[in-house]
Design a protein around this ligand. Structure first.
Ligand code: PBG
Length: 333
């Protein structure tokens, strides 16, 4: 532990270094730039379509053409990467989420379209079955109502391979099945996708803050009152997050995600002290909605509070932040 008792008042006056913007800038330990941001987007079928997400203020779902436009805008602003989440037709959903493996599914078509039009931007894809399952869970449900770990991993591998073949840069498993990182890494390598990255949602908690996301991808109605507590982590735990991260690092993850974001900065901080690989924070849908609603009710100025929240992720130790407001933030920076 650093010794901070290096001075005594009045010889030491900490306010000296805060006197004016120039000295605050000179001494700032954390800098937020557009390069620190990742933009998540929801993609729908159709042409020239935009649908607002009622529970997620100022966020829309776009058809592929709209996603490509946003990708161009993000790239021009210096945002390095996008994350994609598809809204799948109810008729294509089943227990095993087999549409996830279809090489012509909405996700794969979107990856191709972005990579054709804006090859400079990184495309990160979600590996999990919840947008594709009739019950809204991230894995297969067996007769006892349990989420099958190992059988789910087989489908996740095929999903990841379809996304890699479509041209994504990084696959990002958000399903929280045990052991999936090494199996997906092996599957990618076997097929020659040695340069496709693997970013693991290693520390993902069962959280209420995912509400608007589940509306946005349309899994809320499938999931109904069910929760994901048998596979996502218990928010009372911190040591378990370190074990999850350690295992995923040993299994071959290139980067890890901690999720949700703002109430979980202790996890980011602890992870960044213990693991020397890039750690990404996800400011999830419910957090973004909270900031928007509070600002609309006059609690604070949105831009100021939002940029503060993003900067604090970096201060805690995150190398990047996933946020629905990445474009808004990049414009202000
Ligand atoms: C599911 C997934 C979720 C989010 C990203 N991937 C929701 C969930 O686990 O139910 C949430 C993101 C957000 O709330 O912004 N694989």
């Amino acid at each position: 532990m650093t010794n901070f008792s290096v001075g005594k008042f009045p010889a030491t006056r900490l306010r000296r270094n805060r006197q004016a913007p120039w000295i605050r800038n000179l001494t700032a330990q954390t800098i937020l730039t557009p390069h620190d941001l990742i933009l998540p987007m929801f993609v729908i079928e159709g042409k020239k379509k935009e649908e607002k997400v009622a529970s997620l203020p100022d966020v829309s779902r776009f058809s592929i053409d709209g996603i490509v436009k946003k990708a161009k805008e993000a790239q021009k602003l210096g945002i390095p990467a996008l994350m994609l989440f598809p809204v799948i037709d109810q008729k294509l959903k089943d227990n095993g989420g087999k549409e996830a493996k279809n090489s012509k599914n909405l996700m794969c078509r979107t990856i191709k379209a972005i990579k054709d039009a804006v090859p400079e931007i990184g495309v990160i894809t979600d590996v999990a079955l919840d947008p594709y399952t009739s019950h809204g869970h991230d894995g297969i449900v067996n007769k006892q109502g349990e989420i099958e770990n190992d059988a789910t991993i087989e489908i996740l591998c095929q999903q990841a391979l379809a996304q890699a073949a479509a041209g994504c840069d990084i696959v990002s498993p958000s399903d929280m099945m045990d052991g999936r990182i090494s199996v997906i890494r092996d599957a990618l390598d076997d097929q020659g996708f040695i340069n496709v990255g693997l970013t693991s949602y290693a520390a993902k908690y069962a959280s209420s803050f995912y509400g608007p996301f589940r509306d946005a991808v349309g899994s809320a109605n499938n999931l109904k009152k069910a929760d994901k507590k048998t596979y996502q982590m218990d928010f009372r735990n911190s040591d378990e997050a370190m074990r999850e991260i350690q295992m995923d690092v040993e299994e071959g993850a290139d980067m890890i995600i901690v999720k949700p974001g703002m109430p979980y900065l202790d996890i980011v901080s602890r992870a960044s002290q213990n693991f020397k690989l890039p750690i990404i924070s996800y400011q999830v849908s419910g957090e973004y909605a909270m900031l928007k609603h509070a600002a609309k009710q006059g609690a604070f100025d949105f831009d100021t509070a939002f940029l503060e929240s993003l900067t604090c992720f970096k201060r805690a130790g995150a190398s990047a932040v996933i946020s629905y407001g990445a474009i808004e933030a990049a414009k202000k920076l």
